[in-house]
Each structure stands twice: as structure tokens, then as C-alpha cells.
Design a binder for this molecule. Structure first.
Ligand SMILES: Nc1ncnc2c1ncn2[C@@H]1O[C@H](COP(=O)(O)OP(=O)(O)OP(=O)(O)O)[C@@H](O)[C@H]1O
Ligand SMILES: [Mg+2]
Length: 349
């Protein structure tokens, strides 16, 4: 499973549009895709045709990233009615705002990563749509991500916001997780004839050499029409939709190439030496049982990292149910990214 956050610290630049476009490219390619809607406005949820009342949402997942809560918060998008696909959505909720603390703890920031480790075998790609601010929700998304795509318009304020985003991502990499990388910066709402836009594009290219994606999305009503009908851009008729869809295909291609050719190597990161580097190197997703056994002398820490079996499986023995309960308790009480020592202390208390 690969995880991409689509972000900008400025509102309305096209984060949701780009997140849904990449999900659409993955849909067209038959990838098992999960869109996580961390924005209290819930636009990604609406754009994927998941409309209605939901008992369990991202807000619950961020409070308690338990196996059953994570699964209950995920629904199938209406896109799969157009063409058979596994394009799911972890539904958004206005109440997710309650988790948007301006100064989240490290433990809170790792909660989405823990949640995604519960469905690790079920998806090839996760796309997280984030709100336009740098509080807990965005940080939680970034900490759970392998890559971040920064969206910007070619205007002064948006370029400044893109710079702030990149600085904040780099800070988080130094403070919380060394896995995090910027995939690139993508320009939306480009007007090729605008001198100002041409200037800003050049400015971004000079500032972030090699990071600015060659695909620039122009202002097109087709994009809004497809969104309005809750349809993937890949299923929308016409040449404009085809051109936009091709750009998203190319972006998905280079994302997958980047992810598969620069695979995060936790062991290598840990071998860099200092205690701090070792801590920054730790993740929850991507763990194999044998690696966990080799590196974790603490069984509670191990339990917390394991993808839990479903608690609704009635065929389970009592012993298996006890195991589930123990794992579920450990999952809510202990942060797998804390030290082994602090995990053991938490268990004792
Ligand atoms: N290239 C485009 N052409 C035409 N309309 C666009 C384009 N990109 C985005 N839009 C429209 O602009 C509006 C804002 O886009 P979007 O919701 O994707 O931005 P956002 O960054 O997610 O906003 P927010 O910060 O509120 O979450 C939407 O109505 C969307 O349909
Ligand atoms: Mg949005």
C-alpha cells in the first residue's frame, strides 16, 4: 500500500480536485484505492458519491483507530457503479474538526498511520485529501504518508502558501518521521496566456527544480461538471476530459515509479545511528511479522502493530476472541512509535 497526501495551506486551490483526479486515474487502471477525507467540508466524500448519514467516519477513526472502527468508516464510492472497481472512501465528517488541534502530540499524529495499517492488505493506493491548514488533521495525514503532492495556483498568495507547505513538511520530516517525502508541486487553474501565471510558473520552477510537475491543469468547466455529477474524470465524455484524464494518468505513473524505485527502507534509516534517527525511522505500515519479531522484544508493542482479525468473526475460538480484545486494548492505549520502554510503562500503568 502506498499513501499520498494532497495538500496546500491555502483554500480553494484544487486539493480535492487533484485528489479525486488521481483517484480517478487509479480507478481507470483497476488499482484498489482508498480516498481518506480529512477535510471537515467533506468535499471528497461528496465527489465520490458517498452521500447520506454515516454512523462511523474519519472523526471516529482518529479518536480510536481500531480495526472495526476503521472498517465501518469505509464505504464504497458510487464510481464502482459505472465500472466495476474498488474505489472506497473513508468518509469525512464536520466533527473531524474536533481533532484539529493546533499542537497535536506525536501520539495523535500517528493515529491515521495505525488506522491505515489495519487495511494495509486491502488497498494498493491511499489518497488523503487534507484541509487548508497546518493543524493536527494535516499533520496526521502527512505522518501517515509516503509522499505529499502540493497543489498551487500560479498566483502570489498561492505560491507563498506552497512555500509554507514545503517548509512545514520539511519540519515534520525532521521532527516526527523520516519516511515523509515531497512528491512534487502541481499547478492548477493555469491560464497559459496570463503573463502573471507564466512568471509564477517560472518562479516555482526555479525555486523547486525538478519538483514542479510538467502537467499544468487549466481552468476548465468540464472538471466542475464531472465533479458535480460525482463522476470520475476518466468516465466523462469529450476531449477536454480526456486531456485532463491523461495528465492524471501521467502523474499517477510518475508517482508509482517514484514509490517503487525509492522504497522506504526503515532498517537502513535506523542504521544511521543516533537514537533520534532510529526513532524518526519507525513506521507501522509495511511491517512483516518476522521483522516485528526480530526488532521488538516487547510483545505489547508487537500486538499493537499487527493487523487485527475482525472481531465479528463468530467462528473464532474463545482464545482468539481474547487475543482480539487484548490487541484492541493495546491499540488504543499504546503508540507503536513510542519507545519500547514507554510502551512497557504504559502497559504497567
Ligand atoms: N482546473 C479547474 N478548472 C475548473 N474548476 C476547478 C479547477 N480546479 C478546481 N476547480 C473548482 O474550484 C473549486 C475549488 O476546488 P477544490 O475544492 O478542489 O479546492 P480545494 O483546495 O480542495 O478547496 P478547500 O481548500 O476548500 O478544500 C471547486 O468548485 C472545483 O470544482
Ligand atoms: Mg478540498
Amino acid at each position: 500500500m502506498h499513501v499520498l497526501s494532497v495538500s496546500s495551506l491555502k483554500g480553494g486551490v484544487g486539493k480535492t480536485t487533484v485528489a479525486l483526479g488521481i483517484a480517478s486515474a487509479a480507478y481507470a487502471r483497476g488499482l484498489r484505492t482508498l480516498v481518506v477525507d480529512l477535510d471537515p467540508q467533506c468535499d471528497a466524500t461528496t465527489g465520490l458519491g458517498a452521500i447520506g448519514e454515516f454512523n462511523t467516519t474519519c472523526a471516529d477513526v482518529l479518536r480510536k483507530p481500531r480495526h472495526n472502527i476503521v472498517h465501518n468508516a469505509i464505504v464504497a464510492s458510487s464510481w464502482s457503479k459505472i465500472q466495476p472497481s474498488k474505489t472506497d472512501i473513508m468518509v469525512g465528517s464536520p466533527s473531524v474538526q474536533l481533532s484539529d488541534d493546533p499542537s497535536p502530540s506525536v501520539r495523535e499524529m500517528w493515529r491515521l498511520e495505525i488506522a491505515l495499517s489495519r487495511v494495509e492488505d486491502e488497498y494498493d493506493l491511499v489518497v488523503i485529501d487534507t484541509p487548508p491548514s497546518i493543524n493536527a488533521l494535516t499533520k496526521t495525514a502527512w505522518v501517515a504518508s509516503d509522499r505529499i503532492l502540493v497543489v498551487t495556483e500560479p498566483s502570489l498568495f498561492s505560491v507563498v502558501a506552497a512555500e509554507r507547505s514545503i517548509r512545514a513538511i520539511n519540519d515534520l520530516r525532521k521532527q516526527v518521521t523520516s519516511r515523509l517525502k515531497i512528491f512534487g508541486v502541481v499547478i492548477n487553474r493555469y491560464k497559459p496566456l496570463s503573463r502573471e501565471h507564466q512568471f509564477r510558473v517560472k518562479e516555482l520552477d526555479e525555486k523547486y527544480p525538478g519538483r514542479l510537475l510538467p502537467q499544468k491543469f487549466e481552468e476548465k468547466s468540464t472538471i466542475q461538471q464531472a465533479q458535480g455529477a460525482a463522476r470520475p474524470i476518466h468516465s466523462w465524455p469529450g476531449d477536454t476530459a480526456k486531456q485532463v484524464a491523461t495528465y492524471f494518468d501521467q502523474i499517477l505513473d510518475s508517482l508509482l515509479l517514484d514509490l517503487t524505485s525509492n522504497v522506504y527502507d526503515e532498517a537502513k534509516e535506523k542504521s544511521k545511528g543516533s537514537r533520534r534517527q532510529k526513532k524518526l525511522a519507525r513506521t507501522t505500515r509495511g511491517k512483516k511479522m518476522e521483522n516485528l519479531l526480530a526488532e521488538s522484544p516487547d510483545p505489547i508493542e508487537l500486538l499493537d502493530s499487527v493487523t487485527m482479525p475482525s472481531p465479528v468473526d463468530s467462528a473464532k475460538s474463545e482464545a482468539a476472541k481474547d487475543f482480539d480484545r487484548l490487541v484492541a486494548e493495546a491499540a488504543t492505549e499504546i503508540d507503536p512509535n513510542d519507545d519500547v520502554k514507554s510502551a512497557a510503562n504504559a502497559k504497567k500503568s
